[in-house]
Design a protein around this ligand. Structure first.
Ligand code: CU
Length: 176
């Protein structure tokens, strides 16, 4: 199974490689004349400036795409379901948390049902520092924790190494 993190890793590698390439080309251009004489035994291949610029722009574009992917594309917001007065939300743990932004009512308990599908050890633990809780997730099972976001605000939960994160956003419900 090709996991999301592997795709991200290879994308990041490609992006960094492409980003470095124009810098190497620029370093060659900026070499002092003396250094150029010393290396004249090597055949010099002139690349048109347009190509260098295109490669640089391509690299920048890829970096931008990665940043976007990291920061925005994975953010999925969901409101907690209310059943018999208890808020609950199912969170899929697979290359991160889905949803990773959970809207709940402040002052009411919330059940978080983490279903761990991702075998990587990175995601075997969930930390909820605001509630002083740490969960061990069993693979292919749902692990439930109940928390009480007493005040409106944002409560973060992360994996054991603080690489993946999600947010519980607690809001006051207006009484009509
Ligand atoms: Cu982790």
């Amino acid at each position: 199974m090709l996991s999301k993190s592997k795709i991200v890793g290879s994308l990041a590698g490609l992006g960094f490689f492409l980003a470095l390439t124009p810098n190497i080309a620029l370093a060659e251009m900026n070499m002092p004349a003396s250094a150029e004489k010393q290396t004249s035994q090597f055949q010099k291949i002139e690349q048109p400036l347009g190509l260098k610029i295109a490669v640089a722009l391509g690299g920048l574009g890829l970096i931008g795409a990665e940043l976007w992917w990291f920061m925005f594309s994975k953010t999925k917001s969901q409101k907690a379901q209310v059943e018999q007065g208890i808020q609950s939300v199912d969170i899929l743990v697979d290359g991160g948390y889905n949803p990773d932004r959970i809207e709940v009512r402040a002052g009411e308990p919330v059940k978080l049902n983490f279903f761990r599908k991702d075998p990587s050890s990175c995601l075997e633990q969930v930390l909820l520092p605001d509630f002083s809780k740490a969960l061990d997730l069993t693979l292919n099972q749902t692990t439930t924790v109940e928390v009480l976001p007493e005040k409106p605000g944002e409560y973060t939960f992360t994996c054991g190494m603080n690489m993946y994160r999600g947010v519980i956003k607690a809001e006051t419900v207006e009484v009509p």
